[in-house]
Design a protein around this ligand. Structure first.
Ligand SMILES: [Zn+2]
Length: 141
């Protein structure tokens, strides 16, 4: 499955780290943030086009789902902590401020091991699922 010709075209799989063709990763604010850090702080920006190769797709999908679940848990925890803090505190204004900081902190924590989305979102996975989704979209019009 390794295609030697695909190497050197600047594409890199985010899962296996190999130079392979695949589905392009969405350049969201986290990816752009990492790029900026690499450009200005660590100065090791490679300028790759990030993709998920076909072999890694099932692994990627699991990792992405796990990350989204973790993000939801962290945010729920953050809001619970913040809520409790505000309720229990006498100084509501500074409690609110701390609450916001708690939520932001947990959100940032949830971005560790971040798994970005793909340009073509495809929740229903392999093969026919993709066509089904497309048919549904077309059917609505
Ligand atoms: Zn891969």
């Amino acid at each position: 499955m390794n295609n030697e010709n695909a190497k050197g075209n600047g594409k890199r799989c985010i899962i296996c780290g190999e130079a392979k063709d695949g589905l392009p990763v969405k350049e969201d604010f986290v990816i752009n943030g990492i790029r900026l850090i690499k450009r200005y702080v660590t100065r090791n920006e490679k300028g790759y086009v990030l993709v998920v190769c076909r072999e890694c797709y099932p692994k990627y999908k699991k990792a992405r789902e796990r990350m989204i679940r973790r993000q939801v848990v962290y945010l729920v925890l953050g809001f619970l902590f913040a809520g409790a803090f505000i309720v229990l505190s006498h100084d509501k204004l500074s409690a609110l401020l701390y609450g916001v900081i708690i939520v932001l902190f947990l959100y940032l924590l949830s971005l560790v091991n971040y798994v970005p989305g793909l340009v073509v979102p495809n929740r229903t996975a392999a093969g026919s699922g993709e066509q089904k989704t497309a048919a549904k979209v077309i059917g609505k019009r």
